[in-house]
Design a protein around this ligand. Structure first.
Ligand code: PLP
Length: 444
Protein backbone atom coordinates (compact mmCIF):
# COMPACT_ATOMS: atom_id res chain seq x y z
CA UNK A 1 0.00 0.00 0.00
CA UNK A 2 1.31 3.49 -0.79
CA UNK A 3 1.68 6.03 2.02
CA UNK A 4 -1.33 7.92 0.74
CA UNK A 5 -3.48 4.79 0.48
CA UNK A 6 -2.54 3.87 4.08
CA UNK A 7 -3.49 7.35 5.33
CA UNK A 8 -6.79 7.13 3.53
CA UNK A 9 -7.49 3.60 4.79
CA UNK A 10 -6.73 4.44 8.45
CA UNK A 11 -8.73 7.64 8.22
CA UNK A 12 -11.76 5.91 6.72
CA UNK A 13 -11.64 3.05 9.20
CA UNK A 14 -10.84 4.83 12.45
CA UNK A 15 -11.02 8.63 12.43
CA UNK A 16 -14.34 10.13 13.45
CA UNK A 17 -14.47 13.60 11.91
CA UNK A 18 -16.06 16.73 13.36
CA UNK A 19 -19.21 18.33 11.87
CA UNK A 20 -19.56 15.60 9.22
CA UNK A 21 -21.68 12.65 8.16
CA UNK A 22 -18.88 10.08 8.36
CA UNK A 23 -19.86 8.17 5.25
CA UNK A 24 -20.19 11.21 3.01
CA UNK A 25 -16.76 12.76 3.32
CA UNK A 26 -13.47 12.09 1.58
CA UNK A 27 -10.76 14.03 3.44
CA UNK A 28 -7.70 14.97 1.40
CA UNK A 29 -4.51 13.44 2.86
CA UNK A 30 -1.95 16.17 3.50
CA UNK A 31 1.76 15.40 3.28
CA UNK A 32 3.33 18.69 4.36
CA UNK A 33 3.13 22.47 4.60
CA UNK A 34 5.35 25.55 4.60
CA UNK A 35 4.54 29.24 4.86
CA UNK A 36 1.34 29.99 2.92
CA UNK A 37 1.13 26.57 1.24
CA UNK A 38 0.33 22.95 2.04
CA UNK A 39 0.48 19.97 -0.32
CA UNK A 40 -0.97 16.52 -0.84
CA UNK A 41 0.76 13.18 -1.49
CA UNK A 42 0.86 13.81 -5.25
CA UNK A 43 2.82 16.99 -4.55
CA UNK A 44 -0.09 19.21 -5.55
CA UNK A 45 0.35 22.51 -3.71
CA UNK A 46 -2.48 24.61 -2.36
CA UNK A 47 -2.22 28.27 -1.48
CA UNK A 48 -3.86 28.35 1.96
CA UNK A 49 -6.46 31.15 1.67
CA UNK A 50 -8.25 29.60 4.68
CA UNK A 51 -5.32 29.67 7.14
CA UNK A 52 -6.77 26.23 8.01
CA UNK A 53 -9.58 27.22 10.38
CA UNK A 54 -8.45 30.84 10.29
CA UNK A 55 -5.72 30.09 12.80
CA UNK A 56 -2.37 29.82 11.00
CA UNK A 57 -1.67 33.55 11.40
CA UNK A 58 2.11 33.21 11.11
CA UNK A 59 1.98 30.57 8.37
CA UNK A 60 2.84 26.89 8.37
CA UNK A 61 6.03 25.46 9.91
CA UNK A 62 7.61 28.75 10.92
CA UNK A 63 11.18 27.64 11.79
CA UNK A 64 11.34 29.73 15.00
CA UNK A 65 8.14 28.08 16.23
CA UNK A 66 9.39 24.58 15.49
CA UNK A 67 12.66 25.37 17.27
CA UNK A 68 10.92 26.86 20.34
CA UNK A 69 8.69 23.79 20.70
CA UNK A 70 11.66 21.44 20.33
CA UNK A 71 13.66 23.40 22.92
CA UNK A 72 10.81 23.35 25.41
CA UNK A 73 10.21 19.64 24.82
CA UNK A 74 13.84 18.92 25.63
CA UNK A 75 13.57 20.96 28.85
CA UNK A 76 10.13 20.31 30.37
CA UNK A 77 7.23 18.74 28.49
CA UNK A 78 4.60 19.10 31.17
CA UNK A 79 3.97 20.44 34.64
CA UNK A 80 0.53 20.82 36.13
CA UNK A 81 -1.17 24.25 36.34
CA UNK A 82 -0.74 24.76 40.09
CA UNK A 83 3.02 25.26 39.64
CA UNK A 84 4.63 28.44 38.37
CA UNK A 85 6.43 27.99 35.09
CA UNK A 86 8.75 30.35 33.19
CA UNK A 87 7.03 30.18 29.78
CA UNK A 88 3.54 30.26 31.26
CA UNK A 89 4.35 33.48 33.10
CA UNK A 90 6.15 34.99 30.12
CA UNK A 91 3.28 34.20 27.74
CA UNK A 92 0.72 35.66 30.17
CA UNK A 93 2.82 38.81 30.63
CA UNK A 94 3.31 39.28 26.88
CA UNK A 95 -0.43 38.86 26.24
CA UNK A 96 -1.35 41.26 29.08
CA UNK A 97 1.11 43.82 27.69
CA UNK A 98 -0.70 43.99 24.36
CA UNK A 99 -4.24 43.72 25.80
CA UNK A 100 -6.19 46.95 26.28
CA UNK A 101 -6.94 48.70 29.59
CA UNK A 102 -6.47 46.84 32.85
CA UNK A 103 -6.76 43.34 31.38
CA UNK A 104 -3.73 42.01 33.20
CA UNK A 105 -4.30 38.36 34.01
CA UNK A 106 -4.60 35.34 31.73
CA UNK A 107 -6.44 32.06 32.35
CA UNK A 108 -5.12 29.52 29.85
CA UNK A 109 -7.30 26.91 28.15
CA UNK A 110 -6.79 24.41 25.34
CA UNK A 111 -8.87 26.29 22.78
CA UNK A 112 -11.59 28.82 22.07
CA UNK A 113 -14.71 27.02 23.31
CA UNK A 114 -13.18 26.41 26.73
CA UNK A 115 -12.14 30.05 26.85
CA UNK A 116 -15.77 31.11 26.34
CA UNK A 117 -17.01 28.53 28.88
CA UNK A 118 -14.69 29.95 31.51
CA UNK A 119 -15.31 33.59 30.65
CA UNK A 120 -19.04 33.00 31.11
CA UNK A 121 -18.37 31.21 34.40
CA UNK A 122 -16.25 34.17 35.60
CA UNK A 123 -18.95 36.66 34.59
CA UNK A 124 -21.65 34.68 36.41
CA UNK A 125 -19.63 34.42 39.60
CA UNK A 126 -18.53 38.06 39.41
CA UNK A 127 -22.06 39.44 38.98
CA UNK A 128 -24.08 36.79 40.82
CA UNK A 129 -26.41 36.74 37.78
CA UNK A 130 -27.02 33.90 35.35
CA UNK A 131 -28.14 35.06 31.89
CA UNK A 132 -25.85 35.54 28.91
CA UNK A 133 -26.80 37.55 25.82
CA UNK A 134 -25.17 36.61 22.53
CA UNK A 135 -25.98 37.23 18.88
CA UNK A 136 -27.77 34.98 16.42
CA UNK A 137 -25.03 35.40 13.85
CA UNK A 138 -22.24 33.94 15.97
CA UNK A 139 -20.13 30.89 16.68
CA UNK A 140 -18.54 30.49 20.10
CA UNK A 141 -17.41 26.84 20.09
CA UNK A 142 -18.90 23.38 20.48
CA UNK A 143 -18.74 22.70 24.25
CA UNK A 144 -21.96 22.93 26.26
CA UNK A 145 -22.32 26.63 27.11
CA UNK A 146 -20.33 27.77 24.07
CA UNK A 147 -22.61 25.92 21.62
CA UNK A 148 -25.67 27.24 23.46
CA UNK A 149 -24.26 30.77 23.17
CA UNK A 150 -23.65 30.12 19.47
CA UNK A 151 -26.48 31.63 17.48
CA UNK A 152 -26.05 29.91 14.13
CA UNK A 153 -27.62 26.57 13.11
CA UNK A 154 -24.72 24.54 14.51
CA UNK A 155 -26.55 25.00 17.82
CA UNK A 156 -29.81 23.34 16.75
CA UNK A 157 -28.88 19.62 16.78
CA UNK A 158 -27.15 20.13 20.14
CA UNK A 159 -30.19 21.57 21.93
CA UNK A 160 -31.11 21.50 24.70
CA UNK A 161 -27.74 21.87 26.40
CA UNK A 162 -27.14 24.78 28.75
CA UNK A 163 -29.63 27.23 30.18
CA UNK A 164 -29.69 30.99 30.52
CA UNK A 165 -28.62 32.10 27.02
CA UNK A 166 -30.72 34.69 25.20
CA UNK A 167 -29.98 35.60 21.59
CA UNK A 168 -30.31 39.01 19.97
CA UNK A 169 -29.57 40.49 16.53
CA UNK A 170 -26.23 42.16 15.91
CA UNK A 171 -25.60 44.66 13.12
CA UNK A 172 -25.32 43.40 9.53
CA UNK A 173 -25.59 46.39 7.19
CA UNK A 174 -25.75 44.36 3.93
CA UNK A 175 -28.84 42.43 5.07
CA UNK A 176 -30.03 44.70 7.83
CA UNK A 177 -32.34 43.03 10.36
CA UNK A 178 -33.40 46.58 11.31
CA UNK A 179 -34.27 47.83 7.79
CA UNK A 180 -31.51 50.40 8.15
CA UNK A 181 -30.30 52.31 5.12
CA UNK A 182 -26.93 53.47 6.43
CA UNK A 183 -24.26 51.94 8.62
CA UNK A 184 -24.85 54.60 11.26
CA UNK A 185 -28.56 53.78 11.34
CA UNK A 186 -27.73 50.08 11.57
CA UNK A 187 -25.48 50.70 14.58
CA UNK A 188 -28.04 52.91 16.34
CA UNK A 189 -30.95 50.53 15.76
CA UNK A 190 -28.89 47.51 16.81
CA UNK A 191 -28.04 49.28 20.06
CA UNK A 192 -31.67 50.18 20.69
CA UNK A 193 -32.62 46.53 20.07
CA UNK A 194 -29.94 45.40 22.54
CA UNK A 195 -31.18 47.89 25.13
CA UNK A 196 -34.75 46.60 24.69
CA UNK A 197 -33.52 43.01 25.05
CA UNK A 198 -31.72 43.87 28.29
CA UNK A 199 -34.74 45.66 29.71
CA UNK A 200 -37.21 42.91 28.80
CA UNK A 201 -34.92 40.12 30.03
CA UNK A 202 -34.36 42.01 33.28
CA UNK A 203 -31.03 43.79 33.62
CA UNK A 204 -30.56 42.33 37.10
CA UNK A 205 -30.53 38.78 35.65
CA UNK A 206 -27.88 39.37 32.97
CA UNK A 207 -24.29 38.41 33.76
CA UNK A 208 -22.68 38.99 30.39
CA UNK A 209 -22.98 40.14 26.81
CA UNK A 210 -20.80 37.87 24.67
CA UNK A 211 -20.03 39.07 21.15
CA UNK A 212 -17.47 38.38 18.49
CA UNK A 213 -15.78 41.76 18.02
CA UNK A 214 -15.70 41.13 14.28
CA UNK A 215 -18.06 38.24 13.54
CA UNK A 216 -16.06 35.41 11.94
CA UNK A 217 -17.65 32.30 10.44
CA UNK A 218 -21.02 34.04 10.23
CA UNK A 219 -19.73 36.43 7.64
CA UNK A 220 -16.89 38.79 8.70
CA UNK A 221 -19.33 41.40 9.99
CA UNK A 222 -17.58 44.61 10.93
CA UNK A 223 -19.31 46.57 13.72
CA UNK A 224 -20.61 49.92 12.48
CA UNK A 225 -19.03 53.06 13.93
CA UNK A 226 -20.07 53.55 17.55
CA UNK A 227 -21.57 50.08 18.00
CA UNK A 228 -18.91 48.58 20.29
CA UNK A 229 -18.68 51.79 22.32
CA UNK A 230 -22.46 51.58 22.67
CA UNK A 231 -22.27 47.97 23.90
CA UNK A 232 -19.62 49.06 26.41
CA UNK A 233 -21.89 51.88 27.62
CA UNK A 234 -24.87 49.52 28.01
CA UNK A 235 -22.73 47.08 30.00
CA UNK A 236 -21.58 49.92 32.27
CA UNK A 237 -25.13 51.24 32.71
CA UNK A 238 -26.55 47.85 33.69
CA UNK A 239 -23.55 46.29 35.48
CA UNK A 240 -23.10 43.61 32.80
CA UNK A 241 -19.75 41.99 31.95
CA UNK A 242 -18.63 42.65 28.36
CA UNK A 243 -16.97 39.53 26.91
CA UNK A 244 -15.28 40.04 23.53
CA UNK A 245 -14.76 36.74 21.73
CA UNK A 246 -11.54 37.32 19.77
CA UNK A 247 -10.81 33.66 19.17
CA UNK A 248 -10.80 34.26 15.42
CA UNK A 249 -10.42 38.06 15.19
CA UNK A 250 -7.46 38.47 17.56
CA UNK A 251 -3.69 38.27 17.23
CA UNK A 252 -3.12 40.09 13.98
CA UNK A 253 -6.07 38.77 11.99
CA UNK A 254 -7.67 42.23 11.89
CA UNK A 255 -4.35 44.07 11.54
CA UNK A 256 -4.17 44.85 15.27
CA UNK A 257 -3.27 42.76 18.31
CA UNK A 258 -6.95 42.63 19.20
CA UNK A 259 -9.84 43.64 16.97
CA UNK A 260 -11.23 45.92 19.73
CA UNK A 261 -8.12 48.10 19.22
CA UNK A 262 -9.68 49.39 15.98
CA UNK A 263 -12.44 51.05 17.99
CA UNK A 264 -10.53 51.85 21.22
CA UNK A 265 -13.01 49.85 23.30
CA UNK A 266 -11.98 47.86 26.38
CA UNK A 267 -14.08 44.80 27.26
CA UNK A 268 -13.97 43.19 30.72
CA UNK A 269 -12.88 39.81 29.37
CA UNK A 270 -11.31 38.87 26.03
CA UNK A 271 -11.32 35.26 24.91
CA UNK A 272 -8.62 34.11 22.50
CA UNK A 273 -7.16 30.96 20.89
CA UNK A 274 -6.18 30.25 17.24
CA UNK A 275 -3.79 33.10 16.29
CA UNK A 276 -2.13 33.30 19.73
CA UNK A 277 0.27 30.53 18.62
CA UNK A 278 -1.19 29.78 15.19
CA UNK A 279 -2.48 26.45 16.44
CA UNK A 280 0.98 24.85 16.55
CA UNK A 281 -0.24 23.37 19.84
CA UNK A 282 -3.72 23.60 21.36
CA UNK A 283 -4.01 26.88 23.30
CA UNK A 284 -6.62 29.47 24.19
CA UNK A 285 -7.50 31.60 27.13
CA UNK A 286 -9.27 34.49 28.80
CA UNK A 287 -7.64 37.86 29.43
CA UNK A 288 -9.19 39.21 32.63
CA UNK A 289 -9.67 42.75 33.93
CA UNK A 290 -8.24 43.69 37.32
CA UNK A 291 -11.78 44.22 38.60
CA UNK A 292 -12.94 40.70 37.73
CA UNK A 293 -9.66 39.14 38.87
CA UNK A 294 -10.22 40.84 42.24
CA UNK A 295 -13.44 38.83 42.72
CA UNK A 296 -11.27 35.73 42.90
CA UNK A 297 -8.58 37.11 45.22
CA UNK A 298 -10.00 35.59 48.42
CA UNK A 299 -12.51 33.27 46.80
CA UNK A 300 -11.36 30.32 44.67
CA UNK A 301 -12.17 30.23 40.98
CA UNK A 302 -14.05 26.93 40.71
CA UNK A 303 -12.67 25.64 37.42
CA UNK A 304 -9.53 24.22 35.89
CA UNK A 305 -8.02 22.01 33.24
CA UNK A 306 -5.20 19.48 33.54
CA UNK A 307 -3.49 21.09 30.55
CA UNK A 308 -4.11 24.76 31.42
CA UNK A 309 -0.96 26.67 30.46
CA UNK A 310 0.69 23.53 29.09
CA UNK A 311 4.43 24.28 28.83
CA UNK A 312 4.76 23.30 25.17
CA UNK A 313 1.73 25.36 24.19
CA UNK A 314 2.74 28.49 26.13
CA UNK A 315 6.34 28.21 24.91
CA UNK A 316 4.98 28.28 21.37
CA UNK A 317 2.88 31.34 22.29
CA UNK A 318 5.97 33.16 23.57
CA UNK A 319 7.78 32.35 20.32
CA UNK A 320 4.76 33.49 18.32
CA UNK A 321 4.49 36.81 20.21
CA UNK A 322 8.19 37.45 19.50
CA UNK A 323 7.71 36.64 15.82
CA UNK A 324 4.76 39.04 15.64
CA UNK A 325 6.83 41.83 17.16
CA UNK A 326 10.19 41.23 15.52
CA UNK A 327 8.89 40.44 12.05
CA UNK A 328 6.32 43.26 11.93
CA UNK A 329 3.44 40.84 11.27
CA UNK A 330 0.64 43.06 12.61
CA UNK A 331 1.69 45.97 10.40
CA UNK A 332 2.07 43.63 7.42
CA UNK A 333 -1.44 42.20 7.95
CA UNK A 334 -2.92 45.70 8.14
CA UNK A 335 -1.11 46.77 4.94
CA UNK A 336 -2.19 43.60 3.11
CA UNK A 337 -5.80 44.47 3.87
CA UNK A 338 -5.56 48.14 2.97
CA UNK A 339 -3.32 47.92 -0.09
CA UNK A 340 -3.90 44.50 -1.63
CA UNK A 341 -6.91 42.48 -0.45
CA UNK A 342 -9.41 45.34 -0.08
CA UNK A 343 -8.66 46.96 -3.47
CA UNK A 344 -8.26 43.52 -5.09
CA UNK A 345 -11.68 42.33 -3.96
CA UNK A 346 -13.26 45.67 -4.90
CA UNK A 347 -11.88 45.19 -8.42
CA UNK A 348 -13.33 41.66 -8.54
CA UNK A 349 -16.71 42.98 -7.36
CA UNK A 350 -16.72 45.54 -10.17
CA UNK A 351 -16.18 42.71 -12.67
CA UNK A 352 -18.31 39.84 -11.27
CA UNK A 353 -22.07 40.37 -10.86
CA UNK A 354 -22.17 37.39 -8.47
CA UNK A 355 -20.31 39.37 -5.80
CA UNK A 356 -22.96 41.14 -3.72
CA UNK A 357 -20.79 42.52 -0.95
CA UNK A 358 -17.14 42.87 0.00
CA UNK A 359 -16.17 43.55 3.59
CA UNK A 360 -13.23 43.10 5.91
CA UNK A 361 -10.06 44.46 7.40
CA UNK A 362 -6.52 43.17 7.91
CA UNK A 363 -6.46 39.62 6.55
CA UNK A 364 -10.09 38.99 7.51
CA UNK A 365 -12.32 39.46 4.44
CA UNK A 366 -15.45 37.99 2.92
CA UNK A 367 -17.20 38.20 -0.41
CA UNK A 368 -20.87 37.39 -0.37
CA UNK A 369 -22.09 35.61 -3.52
CA UNK A 370 -25.60 36.21 -4.85
CA UNK A 371 -27.82 34.96 -7.68
CA UNK A 372 -29.70 38.12 -8.60
CA UNK A 373 -30.28 41.80 -7.91
CA UNK A 374 -32.50 40.82 -4.94
CA UNK A 375 -29.35 39.52 -3.19
CA UNK A 376 -30.64 35.93 -3.16
CA UNK A 377 -27.75 33.96 -1.63
CA UNK A 378 -25.83 31.65 -3.97
CA UNK A 379 -26.43 28.39 -2.11
CA UNK A 380 -26.55 25.49 -1.38
CA UNK A 381 -23.18 24.78 0.02
CA UNK A 382 -22.57 21.60 1.93
CA UNK A 383 -19.33 21.57 3.89
CA UNK A 384 -19.00 17.79 3.64
CA UNK A 385 -19.17 18.04 -0.14
CA UNK A 386 -22.06 15.57 -0.05
CA UNK A 387 -24.52 17.73 -1.91
CA UNK A 388 -23.76 19.36 -5.19
CA UNK A 389 -24.44 23.05 -5.33
CA UNK A 390 -23.19 26.31 -6.78
CA UNK A 391 -20.89 27.14 -3.87
CA UNK A 392 -19.36 23.66 -4.05
CA UNK A 393 -18.68 24.27 -7.75
CA UNK A 394 -16.96 27.58 -6.99
CA UNK A 395 -14.89 25.94 -4.23
CA UNK A 396 -13.95 23.10 -6.60
CA UNK A 397 -12.88 25.62 -9.27
CA UNK A 398 -10.54 27.21 -6.68
CA UNK A 399 -9.10 23.88 -5.56
CA UNK A 400 -8.48 22.67 -9.12
CA UNK A 401 -6.37 25.78 -9.63
CA UNK A 402 -4.39 25.29 -6.40
CA UNK A 403 -6.24 27.66 -4.07
CA UNK A 404 -7.75 26.39 -0.81
CA UNK A 405 -10.68 28.69 0.01
CA UNK A 406 -12.69 29.08 3.22
CA UNK A 407 -16.31 28.69 2.14
CA UNK A 408 -19.30 29.11 4.42
CA UNK A 409 -22.94 29.38 3.30
CA UNK A 410 -22.87 31.83 0.34
CA UNK A 411 -19.55 33.40 1.20
CA UNK A 412 -15.90 32.96 0.39
CA UNK A 413 -13.78 34.21 3.27
CA UNK A 414 -10.43 35.55 2.12
CA UNK A 415 -8.30 34.77 5.14
CA UNK A 416 -4.69 33.99 4.17
CA UNK A 417 -1.95 33.88 6.82
CA UNK A 418 -0.93 37.33 8.16
CA UNK A 419 2.52 36.48 6.80
CA UNK A 420 1.41 35.90 3.19
CA UNK A 421 3.45 37.90 0.71
CA UNK A 422 1.90 40.45 -1.61
CA UNK A 423 2.72 38.15 -4.54
CA UNK A 424 0.98 35.19 -2.88
CA UNK A 425 -2.15 37.22 -2.16
CA UNK A 426 -2.22 38.49 -5.74
CA UNK A 427 -1.80 34.89 -6.97
CA UNK A 428 -4.81 33.84 -4.84
CA UNK A 429 -6.94 36.74 -6.04
CA UNK A 430 -6.13 35.88 -9.67
CA UNK A 431 -7.35 32.30 -9.10
CA UNK A 432 -10.45 33.61 -7.34
CA UNK A 433 -11.09 35.82 -10.36
CA UNK A 434 -11.16 32.72 -12.61
CA UNK A 435 -13.29 30.68 -10.20
CA UNK A 436 -15.85 33.47 -9.92
CA UNK A 437 -16.82 33.00 -13.55
CA UNK A 438 -18.45 29.78 -12.28
CA UNK A 439 -20.48 31.86 -9.77
CA UNK A 440 -21.38 34.38 -12.49
CA UNK A 441 -22.87 31.47 -14.49
CA UNK A 442 -25.63 31.16 -11.86
CA UNK A 443 -26.43 34.87 -11.86
CA UNK A 444 -29.70 35.80 -13.54
N1 PLP B 1 -15.11 31.56 19.01
C1 PLP B 1 -14.97 31.88 17.72
C2 PLP B 1 -15.26 33.28 17.27
C3 PLP B 1 -14.54 30.93 16.80
O1 PLP B 1 -14.42 31.25 15.51
C4 PLP B 1 -14.26 29.63 17.25
C5 PLP B 1 -13.83 28.57 16.30
O2 PLP B 1 -13.85 28.72 15.11
C6 PLP B 1 -14.43 29.33 18.61
C7 PLP B 1 -14.85 30.32 19.46
C8 PLP B 1 -14.17 27.95 19.13
O3 PLP B 1 -12.80 27.71 19.20
P1 PLP B 1 -12.24 26.21 19.32
O4 PLP B 1 -12.60 25.53 18.05
O5 PLP B 1 -10.77 26.41 19.52
O6 PLP B 1 -12.88 25.61 20.52
Amino acid sequence: MTDEAQVRADDRAHVFHSWSAQGLINPLPIAGALGSYFWDYDGKKYLDFSSQLVNINIGHQHPRMVEAIQEQAAKLCTIQPAFANDKRGEAARMIAEVAPGSLNKVFFTNGGAEANENAIRMARLHTGRHKVLSTYRSYHGSTATAITATGDPRRWPNEPVAVGVVHFWGPYPYRSPFYAETEEQEGERALQHLRDTIVFEGAGTIAAILIETVVGTNGILIPPPGYLAGVRALCDEFGIVFIADEVMAGFGRCGEWFAVDHWGVTPDLITFAKGVNSGYLPLGGVVISDEIAETFRERPFPGGLTYSGHPLAVASAVASMKIFKEEGIIEHARALGEDVIGPGLAALAAKHPSIGDVRGLGVFWAIELIRDADKTPLVPFNASGAAAGPMNDVAAACKERGLWPFVHFNRIHVVPPCTASVAEVREGLAILDEALTVADGFYA
